[in-house]
Design a protein around this ligand. Structure first.
Ligand code: NAD
Length: 727
């Protein structure tokens, strides 16, 4: 049989009964159905044929791909469009919308039978149908995630959705960008019903027949062509509350949700035709803006990460991890155990202190059964998952684990002792990994018998919230081990990047120059509020000084020490930090650091708010140098340029296989603002030449602001970081 090619049809027309047409989507070349221009053209050809078939009772649109109806429009085509004009963007939006609008004008009822993911352009296709039936399966998710790309639906979604389910529901769907289940869609009236997957097609057949008979769909077509019936007071209330909520969520840094709100409020007052025209015009305002481009880049980064196996050996099939062992039941050990249990991966956990072990198991189960809605653990889930988390007092019990992660205290001798005890008990194929944040994997590997089966698997704190995992390749780590570690991290819902061994690995190495510079600014008399404010205005979730308190000043001092030792020309130990640690000002954990703390709320989501600490001025005073007055822009440059320069050194040293891992690592590891697209994406937007210029005024500050050979080379050749390939 010939293998499918990109020209193989994606949309096929059949007639399960002589009077019922069925359009089935199934792209033979891809794992998901995507609405590319070619697929739209196929739809157009089928619509041409169906439009005159007044003999038909109805049309059903469905997918033959398991778990996926349509995953959206083709974002690569969007991105490839490059610098197109406003008129061209309006043209693209109008083309797709007018195509799907034909579904709402067929001479018979049209039903979308949705089983699996139905998002973005797929959701727009579905809302142009007269009715939607959904398979009641966990895979069915309906949503408009366009705001996550800095856009909103542009094929009529903002017009149809509010007319089908009311303005309030549609606003929530479109401005929030989250997906809903089949049951939620049915409750909202978006789906006529949620039925079992194997009954979906027959239920859809019944539905077209009923609709044809009753003619209800015709009344709805008429109703949905007009404005939305809503009182002015309701509209004003909805507008004010939604705008307030959006402002709070986006901090004014993501314009798409607010633009969608304004558009939908306005177009609720006009008929659907006029609303469609307005939608395309407003869509063009957002398309290709720097923020949308940056967010689309983040989409590509995550998409690439999903496909990355961790090695360049494409044929390698990673050994699956079916049982995990964890040594050390502290903050990280319990968090990692929780992540495993949450994905129903059996986990065996050991700690030398029985009290720590009991506490770690309890915390692991709480983390595993945490529910967003209640911001706490679900007792029902705890009971369900409890048999998966086994506590053992003897490391010999790890014999059946495919992977053992060591998460004991950050002390090389203690870690080496653990390996000596655990490694002989492991199966020949098992992997041993360390969660160390700063100790060299190569050095630790010296003490193990099988360094090829040893690597770093560095989770971030708090494990439940942080998506990033750094998989650290030691000098002797095998490709098989890396591939298995990457597959394991993905299996527990994380986004792993592979980093060659080295001081600070990737994230801490890039974080340190930024944190270090914050202290330099502080001792140059720049107030904490101004430093943290500048970082937040850049888009960071919190300022660097606040971050010190969250991480713990002792931890920061220790991790910083590793960097200072490795790169003494660029970094100096902060005397201020040392003094604060000696004085027991460790940050949140000691209720006192750069800020003073009172605990705000207990439970799994413990939250502490720092207050300005009146005693801090006296702590800082001995370290203050000649005060400098710096504007916000200069502070931003002082903070982020050393981070960028360090990233260029990481690339020069070939620590990563692709520069994009810098961006993914920082977005998922420290909350680098997604709307900037990533550190290197941001740098590429500015251009290397401009960055070299920006560095010039800081030359007197020494090597940490000196342009690196890679940066100078890119400035000379007008090159981009994203065009570099490390390996
Ligand atoms: P922790 O102090 O909370 O827990 C360490 C646990 O290890 C303790 O319960 C201790 O009793 C146990 N332990 C000590 N020696 C042991 C031994 N020989 N055998 C078994 N258990 C032993 O520490 P943590 O914060 O969870 O850190 C663990 C590791 O993870 C460290 O290497 C740390 O650098 C790394 N890490 C920490 C963070 C963080 O933010 N806390 C983030 C990333 C990585």
């Amino acid at each position: 049989m010939p293998s499918p090619t990109s020209s193989s049809p994606v949309v096929s027309l059949s007639f399960p009964e002589p009077d019922v047409a069925l359009l089935t989507l199934d792209d033979p070349t891809k794992g998901a159905n995507i609405l590319s221009q070619n697929v739209l053209a196929e739809f157009a050809a089928h619509f041409d044929a169906l439009q005159s078939r007044t003999d038909l009772t109805g049309l059903i649109v469905r997918s033959a791909k398991p778990g996926i109806f349509v995953a959206g429009a083709d974002i690569r085509e969007f991105a490839a469009a490059g610098e197109i004009t406003r008129e061209q963007t309006i043209g693209i939006a109008t083309h797709g919308r007018e195509l799907f609008r034909r579904l709402s004008r067929m001479p018979f009822p049209v039903v979308a039978a949705i089983d699996g993911i139905c998002v973005g352009g797929g959701a727009e296709l579905a809302v142009w149908c007269d009715r939607r039936l959904m398979a009641d399966s966990p895979k069915t998710q309906f949503g408009f995630p366009e705001v996550k790309l800095g856009l909103f639906p542009g094929w009529g979604g903002t017009v149809r959705a509010p007319r089908l389910v009311g303005l309030s529901n549609a606003l929530e769907l479109i401005t929030g960008g989250e997906s809903i289940s089949a049951k939620q869609a049915a409750a909202m009236g978006l789906a006529t019903d949620a039925v079992a997957s194997d009954k979906l097609l027959s239920a859809a057949m019944d539905l077209v027949r009923t609709e044809k008979q009753t003619g209800d769909y015709l009344h709805d077509r008429e109703r949905w062509a007009g404005p939305i019936v809503q009182s002015e007071t309701e509209l004003a209330f909805l507008g004010a509350t939604a705008a307030g909520y959006i402002q709070q969520q986006t901090k004014g840094q993501y314009p798409a949700p607010l633009a969608a709100l304004n558009l939908m409020l306005e177009t609720s007052l006009v008929d659907a035709d006029a609303a469609c025209t307005q939608e395309a015009e407003s869509f063009a305002e957002l398309f290709n803006t720097p923020i949308s481009k940056a967010l689309i880049n983040v989409f590509f980064l995550t998409d690439r990460n999903k496909k990355d196996t961790g090695t360049t050996d494409r044929k390698l099939t990673p050994r699956p991890t079916t049982s995990v062992g964890i040594v050390g039941a502290g903050i990280m050990g319990s968090g990692i155990a929780g992540a495993c249990a949450k994905r129903e991966l059996p986990v065996t956990i050991h700690d030398t202190r029985p009290a720590a072990l009991a506490d770690g198991v309890r915390r692991a189960l709480e983390e595993a059964s945490y529910e967003k809605a209640t911001k706490g653990p679900s007792t029902e889930k705890i009971l369900k998952l409890a048999p998966l988390v086994r506590s053992v007092d003897d490391a010999a019990e790890f014999a059946r684990c495919d992977l053992v992660i060591e998460a004991v205290v950050e002390n090389e001798q203690v870690k080496r002792a653990v390996y000596a005890q655990v490694e002989p008990k492991l199966a020949d194929t098992a992997i041993l990994a360390s969660n160390t944040s700063a100790i060299s994997i190569g050095k630790l590997a010296e003490s193990v018998k099988r360094p090829d089966r040893f690597c770093g698997i560095h989770f971030f704190n708090p494990v439940r919230k942080m998506l990033l995992v750094e998989v650290i390749r030691g000098p002797k780590t095998s490709d098989e081990t890396i591939a298995a570690a990457v597959a394991f991290a993905k299996s527990v819902g994380k986004s792993p990047i592979v980093v060659e061994d080295g001081p600070g690995f990737l994230v801490n190495r890039l974080l340190f120059p930024y944190m270090n510079e914050a202290l330099e600014l502080l001792t140059a008399g720049v107030p904490i509020k101004v430093i943290d404010g500048a970082a937040k205005s850049f888009g960071m979730p919190m300022g660097p000084i606040t971050l010190y308190d969250v991480v713990g000043l002792d931890t920061a001092l220790f991790a910083g020490g590793v960097m200072v030792e490795a790169f003494p020309n660029r970094f100096l130990k902060s005397a201020l930090l040392e003094t604060m640690v000696q004085a027991g000002r460790l940050g949140q954990k000691s209720r006192s650091g750069f800020f003073a703390y009172k605990e705000k709320s207990g439970g799994a989501d413990r939250d502490m708010r720092g207050e300005p600490d009146p005693t801090f001025d006296a702590v800082l005073k001995p370290f203050l140098r000649e005060p400098q007055k710096l504007d916000g822009e200069t502070i931003v440059q002082r903070l982020f340029l050393p981070m960028l320069l360090e990233a260029t050194r990481v690339l020069e040293e070939k620590k990563l296989r692709d520069p994009r891992d810098v961006d993914l690592g920082l977005i998922f590891g420290i909350g680098f603002p997604p709307f900037k697209g990533g550190l290197l994406f941001w740098a590429d937007t500015l251009g290397a030449k401009k960055i070299v210029e920006m560095l010039k005024p800081f030359a007197a500050l020494g090597e940490r602001y000196a342009p690196t050979p890679l940066l100078l080379e890119l400035a000379r050749t007008n090159g981009k970081f994203y065009d570099l390939k490390s390996k």
